[in-house]
Design a protein around this ligand. Sequence first.
Ligand SMILES: Nc1ncnc2c1ncn2[C@@H]1O[C@H](COP(=O)(O)OP(=O)(O)O)[C@@H](O)[C@H]1O
Ligand SMILES: [Mg+2]
Length: 434
Amino acid sequence: MDKNNTEVSPQARILIVDDDVSNLAALGRLLRPHYDVFAAPNGERALQIATGTPQPDLILLDVMMPGMDGYEVLNCLRDTPVTCDIPVIFVSGLDTAEDEEKGFEVGAVDYIAKPYRPAIILARVRTQLELKRARDGLANQNTYLESEIVRRIQEIQLVQMELLQSEKLAAIGQLTAGIVHEINTPVAYVSFNLGSLEASLRDIFELLDAYEHLEGVSAPNGAELEKIRKLKQLKEIDFLRDDIGELLTQSRQGLARVAKIVSDLKSFSRTGGSDWLWTNLHNELDSTLNIVGNEIKYHCTVHKDYGEIPEVYCIPSQINQVLLNLLVNAAQAIPEKGDISIHTGQVEEEVFLAISDTGTGIPTDTLPRLFEPFFTTKPVGKGTGLGLSISYGIVQKHGGRIEVESALGKGTTFTVWLPIKPPGKTGENKLQTE
Ligand SMILES: Nc1ncnc2c1ncn2[C@@H]1O[C@H](COP(=O)(O)OP(=O)(O)O)[C@@H](O)[C@H]1O
Ligand SMILES: [Mg+2]
């Protein structure tokens, strides 16, 4: 047999084990031109070599040996993690069918009876080495693929988190004009009110000055008192008394409104990606409505029909994002004037939040595409097509689901179902929030 044909790899290492030195020498002569050959005259030495480095790729093992016999050696090899995968061929003088069977039973990959023909040894050795190389290759590839999968999953999780955050910021960005208006209005009248207060105070101080002047006069006469009465009338002091109270109340309300918007925005934009908390969803709905208020209130009437629901274990900032997407979609589906209704309730261990609009409705053929990333029917700048796909992911992560019902020209209802406590979540922190 020619050398190229026989060799699997120039580096392949073979351990031959035989107590008969002449047998070792004969096998050595046969294999050495093609492989790196190690020899062991007994089982103990064979185990030593097999567990050392470099490890053999294949072991040719005699069965009948004094001390440890071949079966025992093979058992030890199989019981040791570092050697359990090394293929072993028995080369034995025992040549009955039973011997062969036993050899395979204890885990040999092949069984060659002595006296052997050299070509048979070479061919079988080569086959086993090829098999081993293929097995090793597969194992390596598997390890590589597994690590690659872990790496890709981590990459995807990272992208998802970034997407989640950037979609949320984009949503707030889209709402910014409205939010700015919401804040500007109370700020404008608070500053106008301050202007009025200033003028009123100037009048009041003028009157006070007149009274002070009177204090200096020992006996004020009728003409002086009359002057003050006129001044009081001129400055409309009675009116100012009421007006100032009203200005202050109004301004206090305006500032409270600004503070509320700022705090809603703050809670909405918080990252808190992994904060699972027992949450009152009606509060979340209200603060989200407060943020989308301006997008909605001029052309939609919002009807709240809140049922009895328990606190739900969820990531509130993410649920807010879902509610925001559904509310903005509902508002954008209403071309002129319409209604948005929010209905909540509990069915068994689940809570539902249904957001209905009297908008355009969704054509049957686009229904299956709604949750696809980047699917949008809106012009550039108005829609990213990510709202529903992100919402879907968030709700799924909470162990819930989103249902859609739509009638073209009549309107649409999106219903978010959430388990009160997602399976697999411990629901700790309950005591802290109660
Ligand atoms: N309430 C709704 N009424 C009508 N169509 C809707 C409604 N909600 C979503 N859609 C449709 O689903 C598409 C995808 O929605 P979404 O993922 O939020 O992306 P975007 O709003 O940026 O387009 C929308 O472009 C719209 O065609
Ligand atoms: Mg949207």
